[in-house]
Design a binder for this molecule. Structure first.
Ligand SMILES: [Fe+2]
Ligand SMILES: [Fe+2]
Length: 257
């Protein structure tokens, strides 16, 4: 059984964007078993923008699972944004997980927004001022939650969903100076702490699509400006007994947004 995972991030919806993705989304049940949204669903994180997300991504005929992004936090309306999304049937993860039954295959998805800090050899550390300790401590706490959410799932396929990047590979194309604000190696460590089959993220609009964690987990940046289509679809093959990892066999999408 192949599980088909559609994913996109950074759709940044507001009134003027509603309807852009819908034609491709109408085909979703034919090409995917689940849709994952990798954050920055809204432009400024308002309740009214969340209603646009609900209109665009509600009632698709497949389960929709999301994490929020930094834009979705901007107006401090996160509880209202989550309520609107969940009322539309979009499950929002933050250091939590969900296991979906896909035709008898247990698809586990653990999600968290993530945060910044940078990557090995070029990263912030929890040293000095309390503000710096708080910054790094925030990322560390989120990464710990993500790792636990990944490890505790009993499933046949395990996917990590974040907004911030877990590796620098998928930031290629972004200015080096902003890498510490685009992701953290701590997220990569969390992903590697479980037998994760695929890691999806957004946030890096000018980044690139493909990367790998130090532990060998495939990472894909599904930010809409990167994939340039309504969603990408990944085909995952559940691991066989004794196999080291599930296999990601394809990435394609039927629709342009
Ligand atoms: Fe974004
Ligand atoms: Fe972002």
């Amino acid at each position: 059984m192949v599980i088909r995972i559609a994913a996109v991030g950074d759709v940044h919806l507001d009134q003027d964007v509603v309807g852009r993705f819908r034609p491709a989304l109408e085909q979703l049940p034919d090409v995917a078993d689940v849709l994952l949204l990798a954050g920055d669903l809204t432009r400024h994180g308002t309740e009214s923008e969340a209603r646009c997300v609900a209109t665009e991504f509600g009632n698709l005929g497949v389960p929709v699972v999301a994490v929020l992004g930094n834009h979705d936090h901007h107006c401090d309306e996160v509880p209202a944004v989550i309520r609107v999304l969940e009322d539309a049937g979009i499950q929002v993860l933050e250091g939590t997980n969900v296991v979906l039954d896909c035709f008898g295959t247990r698809l586990g998805i653990a999600g968290a927004k993530g945060f910044g800090g940078g990557f090995a050899g070029r990263c912030a550390s929890a040293f000095g001022e309390p503000e710096m300790k708080a910054f790094v401590g925030t990322t560390s706490a989120i990464a710990d939650q993500l790792g636990e959410a990944l490890r505790e799932m009993e499933c046949d396929l395990r996917v990590a969903l974040t907004h911030y990047a877990p590796v620098p590979d998928t930031l290629a194309g972004e200015p080096l100076e902003i890498y510490p604000f685009l992701g953290s190696y701590l997220l990569g460590q969390a992903i590697d702490s479980a037998p994760t089959d695929l890691a999806l993220h957004g946030h890096a609009h000018a980044g690139s699509e493909r990367g790998t964690t130090p532990g060998g987990v495939r990472v894909r940046n599904v930010a809409h400006p990167v994939i340039k289509q309504a969603y990408s679809v990944f085909h995952l093959h559940p691991r066989r007994a004794g196999a080291s990892a599930g296999k990601v066999s394809a990435s394609s999408a039927p629709g342009r947004s």
